[in-house]
Design a binder for this molecule. Structure first.
Ligand SMILES: [Zn+2]
Length: 249
């Protein structure tokens, strides 16, 4: 590390669980974030600040005025711009050392493996179940761990899925996608803006722990946060032996 890096990351380096070796792991890490929206915004900002060396962003959307209530990576003057462009500019302002890779496209069956295989860890902050199951299946096939978070109205949930190391995959815990209309989008149901800050920051925190080996990750545990009553609980999860996604072959 350069003297500037030692100063920039001093508060991490002084932590016993991270230290110089942990900070070097962060500097060498490649993390992909699916979606630069409510969850992706704080996750990307904190990972950029933490010095995660390469941050990939998958998003094909443009910034809209109704995003700004919670998507704090984007400013009012970025309305109409691509979220990948707005996110790259914001990350560069936070930490110009970070290599940002924009994937300005929708994740599909045909590009998912090619994009995801370039990274060590994937964060899913997408807003639809089709993408969630596709990201999970691709991460399972490539043996890449996945931190997946979701939120609706006042409640959020997060876990780390790493079936290659014994934990369940996303489809073990959520085997069936909800029927149309049963899981309304944020646009339909609403979401409290600061909840995105809590859940996206948790994604960044779990990422930092996973990369540095600090503490215990949420592998095998689903954390649920109810912001309306300020309550948090954890549910133990385990691999489903009949999971169609991770138990075949
Ligand atoms: Zn599974």
């Amino acid at each position: 590390m350069t003297p500037e890096q030692v100063e920039r990351y001093a508060r991490h380096i002084v932590l016993r669980e991270i230290g110089g070796p942990g900070q070097n792991k962060l500097l060498g890490a490649k993390v992909l974030c699916i979606g630069a929206g409510g969850l992706g915004s704080p996750a990307l900002m904190y990972l950029a600040a933490a010095g995660v060396g390469t941050l990939g962003i998958v998003d094909d959307d443009v910034v809209s005025l109704s995003n700004l209530q919670r998507q704090v990576l984007h400013d009012t003057d970025k309305v109409g711009d691509l979220k990948t462009d707005s996110a790259t500019a914001a990350i560069n302002r936070i930490n110009p050392e970070i290599t940002v890779v924009s994937h300005t496209e929708r994740l599909t069956e045909s590009n998912a493996a090619d994009i995801i295989s370039r990274y060590d860890l994937v964060l899913d902050g997408s807003d639809n179940f089709e993408t969630r199951y596709l990201v999970n299946a691709t991460c399972v096939a490539l043996k890449i761990p996945l931190i997946s978070a979701a939120m609706s109205q006042w409640e959020g949930q997060i876990s780390l899925y790493d079936p290659a190391n014994g934990g369940p995959c996303y489809a073990c815990v959520f085997p069936e996608r909800p029927a149309a209309g049963l899981a309304p989008s944020c646009a339909e149901a609403g979401v409290m803006g600061a909840l995105a800050g809590v859940m996206g920051s948790m994604m960044a925190g779990e990422t930092i722990k996973h990369i540095t080996g600090a503490g215990e990750t949420l592998c095998g545990q689903l954390l649920i946060y109810d912001a309306l009553y300020g309550e948090m609980r954890k549910i133990k999860t385990s691999a489903n032996t009949s999971c169609k996604t991770c138990q075949q072959g």
